[in-house]
Design a protein around this ligand. Structure first.
Ligand code: ADE
Length: 223
């Protein structure tokens, strides 16, 4: 991963699921400061846009020098960008089958288009909103992909039931103790011990939740 803010990603990579995966040798993330591939005295990574307008654009040279310094085993080269292909579970699955990924974090108003055209790099967006930089999107991508790496999550993996893991249906609601909390009881069926009925309830509740929260996902099977 290449970024001008290595410190932003180091914390999240050292904790929780990602920290454990790295500790167990299931994941290797190398964080590089893009400025190491600048050649001028000010280590500049950006410049004014041709054609005018506000803001700065990230220069192509550091990205090219950085990526070309890697061995050819670099895998797919991904640039985080709000103008990219939307990251969804299908793309996450696709990326999880790669041995290597090279992530480039964009910043400022944008990145010189020749990074996309010439390296080449695939642009990936984590959603239809704009952040100031690609570091958090890169972490989102890494965590989503890492969850699918064999051994990262237990065998009877909870992710097999997660939202999006099987088709376009959100996960069903979950409950734990206490059985009644502030006047809100756990649905009776979940404490019935009847696993056939529990499965049916969960499926219906998942369909209902998908209709309510993500009508855009509603599948003809559930129409
Ligand atoms: N950089 C800024 N916003 C972004 C987004 N939504 N996805 C990926 N990279 C970004």
């Amino acid at each position: 991963m290449f970024t001008i803010f290595p410190a932003v990603v180091k914390g999240p990579l050292s904790e929780s699921l990602l920290g454990r995966a790295i500790g167990a040798g299931l994941l290797d993330v190398r964080v590089h400061d893009l400025r190491e591939w600048t050649r001028d005295r000010h280590r500049s990574v950006d410049d004014a846009p041709f054609g005018g307008g506000p803001g700065m654009v990230m220069k192509p040279e550091p990205f090219f020098a950085a990526v070309e310094s890697l061995d050819p085993e670099r895998g797919r080269v991904i640039l985080t960008s709000p103008a990219g292909r939307l990251l969804d579970q299908a793309l996450v699955r696709e990326l999880s089958s790669e041995g290597h990924l090279t992530l480039l974090c964009g910043r400022y108003e944008g990145v010189d288009e020749r990074v996309v055209d010439g390296l080449p790099a695939e642009e990936v967006s984590i959603g239809d909103y704009v952040l100031s930089g690609g570091e958090l999107p890169a972490l989102v991508l890494i965590e989503a992909v890492t969850r699918l790496v064999p051994g990262v999550i237990g065998k009877e993996a909870s992710h097999q039931h997660d939202s999006f893991s099987s088709g376009r249906l959100l996960d069903h609601p979950h409950y734990t103790r206490p059985q009644e909390f502030r006047g809100m009881p756990v649905p009776e069926v979940l404490v019935s011990g009847n696993h056939g009925e529990i499965d049916r309830w969960r499926r219906d509740a998942a369909i209902e939740k998908t209709r309510r929260n993500r009508p855009d996902l509603s599948d003809e099977r559930f129409a």
